[in-house]
Ligand binder design. Structure first.
Ligand code: AMP
Ligand code: ZN
Ligand code: FE
Ligand code: FE
Length: 285
C-alpha cells in the first residue's frame, strides 16, 4: 500500500486542480493520497468526488501556517471537521493575513526597483486560491524578472530578500489544540528543514506531544538521510507517529514528485486511530 500524506493544489500554491491531483496520484500508483493545501479546506469536495471515481482513498487535510519561537512552522492537520467554527475563524484570520501582506510586499518591491503590480499577481493566482509567495514568484517569472519560483525565493522573496514581509500565523501550541478540538490530528510538516529545526528540539517535541501533537513528517525532501534517521529515532522514543510524503506542488516545485516519499501503512493506521479518538473526544462520534 502506497500512501502520500502531503500535497498542494490550485486551492493554494500547487499548479494542478484537486481533481487532477487525485487522477495523477492514482496514475503514480498511490492507494492513499492527502490533500493539504495551505490554510484551507476549499479543495476537499472536488478531491473527494474525484477520489470516488478513481477508486483511491482521500485523506482530508490542511497545512496550517503557525509560529513558534519566532520561526515559521508548518503543521499538517488531518480529518478535522471542516465546519468547526473555531478552526474556521482562525484559518480565515491567517488567509486574511496572507492577502493583507500583498500591498506591503509590492511597496517593498517598488522601493527595491522591482516592477510588479497587483494585477500581475492576480493574473498569476488561480481563482479562489489562498494566496502565497509562490504566486508572487510566478508573477515575477511572467514579468521576466526571474526565471523560476526557486530563483524568486533565492533572490527576492526569501527571509533575507528585499520582498520579504512577515504575516500572521497561529501560535503552534494553540494550533495543535484547535485541530484536536475540531476532531482531527496534527503532524509537524518537515520539522527539521532549515527554517524550523532550531526551535523544534527534543524537549520541544516532547512538550508538543503532551499538548496533543500526533506525529512528525520524517521522510520529506527537505530532510537528508542523516536527519531522517535521527528524527525517526526520536519520534519512536517519544511515541509520535512517523509520516512520509512528497509535498507535491505540481510544476511548482521540482523534485517533489507524487509518491517520492511515502508513509508506512502501520503508521497511517495509527494516525487514523488517533483521529477516531479525537473525533470521539470532540463529540463527533
Ligand atoms: P507563503 O506561505 O506564502 O509565505 O510561502 C511559503 C511557501 O512557498 C511554502 O509553503 C512553499 O510551498 C513555497 N516555497 C518556499 N520556497 C520555495 C521555493 N524555493 N520554490 C518554490 N516554492 C517555494
Ligand atoms: Zn506550498
Ligand atoms: Fe510546508
Ligand atoms: Fe507543503
Amino acid at each position: 500500500m502506497r500512501i502520500d500524506l502531503h500535497t498542494h493544489t490550485t486551492r493554494s500554491d500547487g499548479t494542478e486542480s484537486p481533481a487532477a491531483l487525485v487522477r495523477l496520484a492514482r496514475r503514480a500508483g498511490l492507494d492513499v493520497v492527502a490533500i493539504t493545501d495551505h490554510d484551507t479546506t476549499a479543495g476537499w469536495e472536488e478531491a473527494a468526488a474525484a477520489a470516488d471515481d478513481a477508486g483511491i482513498e482521500l485523506v482530508r487535510g490542511m497545512e496550517l501556517s503557525t509560529r513558534h519561537g519566532g520561526r515559521s512552522v508548518h503543521l499538517l492537520a488531518y480529518l478535522t471537521d471542516p465546519a468547526d467554527a473555531e478552526l474556521l475563524a482562525e484559518t480565515e484570520r491567517v488567509v486574511a493575513g496572507r492577502r493583507d501582506r500583498v500591498p506591503a510586499l509590492l511597496a517593498k518591491l517598488t522601493a527595491a526597483g522591482v516592477e510588479l503590480t497587483a494585477d500581475d499577481i492576480e493574473r498569476a493566482t488561480p481563482p479562489g486560491a489562498v494566496t502565497g509567495r509562490p504566486h508572487i514568484a510566478d508573477a515575477l517569472v511572467a514579468r521576466g524578472v526571474v526565471t523560476s519560483r526557486d530563483a524568486a525565493f533565492a533572490t527576492i522573496l526569501g527571509p533575507n530578500g528585499p520582498g520579504f514581509v512577515r504575516r500572521y500565523a497561529t501560535p503552534l501550541v494553540e494550533a495543535i489544540g484547535l485541530v484536536a478540538r475540531a476532531g482531527g490530528v496534527s503532524v509537524l510538516a518537515h520539522p527539521w528543514a532549515r527554517s524550523s529545526r532550531e526551535v523544534l528540539d527534543r524537549e520541544t517535541l516532547a512538550r508538543l506531544r503532551d499538548a496533543g501533537l500526533t506525529g512528525v513528517e520524517v521522510d520529506h525532501q527537505d530532510h537528508d538521510s542523516d536527519v531522517r534517521r535521527e528524527l525517526r529515532a526520536l519520534a519512536d522514543q517519544l511515541g509520535l507517529v512517523v509520516t512520509g510524503s512528497s509535498d507535491w506542488h505540481g510544476a511548482g516545485k521540482a523534485d517533489h514528485e507524487l509518491g517520492c516519499n511515502t508513509t508506512d501503512p502501520e503508521q497511517y493506521a495509527r494516525l487514523k486511530e488517533c483521529a477516531r479518538a479525537a473525533a470521539a473526544a470532540a463529540g463527533q462520534g
